[in-house]
Design a protein around this ligand. Structure first.
Ligand code: GCU
Length: 613
């Protein structure tokens, strides 16, 4: 199977030389052949008993790999010694993090072995793949006691080919997932979010023909939006085929022959009747690609996004991004969000705030988010977890970050809602860091030149004036917009200091504030000087909005954050209790006072427009 690293990035290898698997085809769900979601037997293995022998050597890399839990053995006779049993082990639900399924696992960081038995008989001549939507953080996959692959990174999908390895009955699929944090990891050891472990998104088998339409990009032609451009790529033995594209609702069709590498680019004249995708009108069209061996269909919105001076233009018109930050968590049910319903809940709440935009922090969310955002008309900022103190000088860390970025862009590059790729959050201004992030920016631009690139940068205070806030991170020269997190009135000073802020922003580019906010316990009421009260949070919003509006280039914001979320760093008893309380909605789904402050501001902009100087 061809390694489809779009940028020829050295495919990431796991500790023991296994290459980290990648996503093989786009939209594999449309090819699902056997859904493996549901109850899996699971063994919690804090001492890696099922992985290492007593000499701490991995069982699966021995010349004759045996002894590890991947064998899924059952005693052959009463004298046979087998000290584990999946059949007699409790179950865990997939997709779902393990932390919110069993209170004993709430803080568990280590390995868990999942086992699923299945039978499957594919149609003659088809190829079989295992799709894993996400497994946090590192995973190894075994089929019928044989290692078939692995993956590093907890937030992006990967596929493993199983063609010729699957039996009609009695297949044992064993997946070891380890969510331990590592200094050289992405993310690294300290994050302000819960380290949910497990098979957190859908797992299923899908099949493809021998030659498959593995990649395609559909959108308005860069630089000439009067034309629709479709590029496609085949993978398999039959690379030279006639490829046809059809957009029935627009009565458009075209065809071309793929070249010897299986590539083809087709152009179609965009009719005047084509409705551009926008938050107000999230129009999408079914696009069908067919060739002799394969066929795919995708619902796509057509829009352009660009920067001109200090304006952000959507379909050529200046826009103000009325946004909110969102973590991938369903506070009501608890745990990682993963389903369409979770996306509809979270993005529905954002719509309730009069948002037309959201920042999906701080890692790639499940793909339902971008699909639902396409449907609802919410523009998106998507990000990879290069967060705080990453190991900038470590080449494996860079390869890891590059491959997560590649995976994210591969997965979501046909989503009209996605307008910004973000490389990092609150990283220190160091040469090694800036070099690291510039590599990611150049990757993003070569992978997808049609979207904006950014990073959530930091603010520094003038040594001689506590109210003078300076944004001059050298990385700002290389991003399309200036995004920074500011916490004046919460971590930096008090509410009184907010109106006194003067901004010194180095680069004349659109400014989109990536974070501001304050903690409040839903239902805690006091005067507006009392920290953690709803009144304090609301007052901070009331003061911050006019303060930010004084920035001439202000073109958007995503306050921190839509709803309270779990964090192991939040330990204040009877106030935080393991929750970051900066949500505008409490963990119980109840809105706080500040919710209506922001919603009113956004309604005003939506209805009267934002005075774009
Ligand atoms: C930071 C960070 C967030 C964090 C927030 C907070 O800026 O980016 O991940 O949760 O501030 O402190 O609440």
């Amino acid at each position: 199977m061809k390694r489809l690293c779009l940028l020829g990035i050295a495919c990431l290898s796991l500790g023991n030389g296994t290459l980290s698997a990648r996503q093989y085809v786009l939209n594999p769900k449309a090819r699902m052949a056997l859904n493996l979601d549901g109850k899996w037997n699971a063994i919690v293995d804090p001492y890696d008993t099922g992985y290492y022998n007593y000499r701490h050597q991995p069982f699966d890399s021995a010349p004759d790999p045996r002894g590890g839990f991947f064998e899924d053995r059952i005693p052959a006779t009463k004298s046979d010694l087998v000290e584990y049993s999946f059949d007699h082990s409790p179950t865990l639900t997939v997709p779902k993090d393990w932390n919110s399924q069993d209170s004993r696992l709430q803080l568990y960081e280590g390995a868990v072995w999942y086992r699923r038995l299945f039978g499957f008989s594919p149609r003659e001549g088809t190829r079989i793949f295992l799709h894993i939507g996400a497994a946090n953080y590192e995973s190894e996959v075994y089929l019928n006691s044989r290692k078939v692959g692995g993956h590093i990174g907890g937030f992006t999908p990967f596929d493993i080919e199983l063609t010729g390895m699957v039996k009609p009955m009695g297949n044992s699929l064993v997946i070891r997932v380890d969510n331990r944090r590592h200094p050289e990891g992405v993310p690294t050891v300290n994050t302000d979010w819960w380290n949910y472990g497990g098979l957190t998104r859908d797992v299923y088998l899908f099949t493809t023909p021998a030659t498959v339409l593995s990649r395609y990009t559909i959108g308005l032609k860069p630089g000439d939006p009067s034309r629709i451009e479709v590029s496609a790529e085949l993978d398999g033995p039959q690379l030279s085929q006639k490829l046809a594209v059809e957009i029935p609702e627009l009565h458009l069709a075209a065809a071309a022959q793929t070249d010897s590498r299986g590539h083809a680019i087709l152009e179609l004249q965009a009719p005047a009747s084509l409705a551009r995708w926008s938050p107000e009108h999230p129009a999408r069209y079914e696009v069908r690609l067919t060739c002799a061996s394969d066929a795919v269909a995708e619902k796509v919105g057509f829009r352009t996004i660009e920067v001109r001076g200090s304006d952000i233009l959507l379909n050529g018109e200046p826009i103000f991004l009325r946004g909110i930050c969102i973590h991938e968590e369903n506070p009501i049910r608890g745990g990682r969000a993963y389903s369409r319903e979770d996306s509809q809940l979270l993005l529905g709440w954002a719509k309730g705030l009069n948002c037309n935009y959201a920042r999906l922090a701080h890692y790639p969310h499940n793909e339902n988010m971008a699909e639902v955002a396409d449907e609802l008309g919410i523009l998106l900022w998507e990000e990879i977890p290069v967060y705080w103190t990453i190991s900038w000088e470590n080449p494996d860390t860079l390869a890891n970050a590059r491959s997560q970025l590649d995976d994210l862009i591969v997965r979501d590059h046909n989503r009209a809602s996605v307008i910004i790729w973000s490389m990092a959050n609150e990283t220190p201004v160091l040469d090694a860091r800036t070099k690291f992030l510039r590599q990611l920016i150049s990757d993003a631009r070569s992978l997808d030149g049609t979207r904006l690139v950014s990073a959530a940068m930091e603010v520094r205070t003038a040594p001689d004036n506590p109210h003078r806030k300076i944004v001059d991170d050298p990385l700002g020269e290389f991003t399309d917009i200036q995004s920074f997190n500011e916490y004046v009135g919460w971590y930096d000073g008090t509410l009184e200091s907010i109106p006194q802020v003067e901004w010194a922003i180095k680069y004349r580019k659109p400014v989109v504030i990536s974070e501001f906010g304050a903690d409040a316990v839903q239902g805690l009421h006091a005067d507006n000087l009392t920290r953690f009260s709803e009144e304090y949070q609301a007052e901070l919003y009331r003061k911050t909005i006019p303060m930010l509006r004084r920035i001439p280039e202000l073109r958007g914001m995503t306050p921190w954050i839509l709803c309270d979320f779990r964090s192991p760093r939040r330990l204040l008893p009877n106030v935080e209790d393991g929750w970051n309380r900066k949500g505008l909605i409490g963990e119980n789904g109840v809105r706080k006072e500040a919710f209506s402050v922001l919603a009113a501001f956004y309604a005003g902009i939506r209805d009267q427009g934002f005075l774009l100087r």
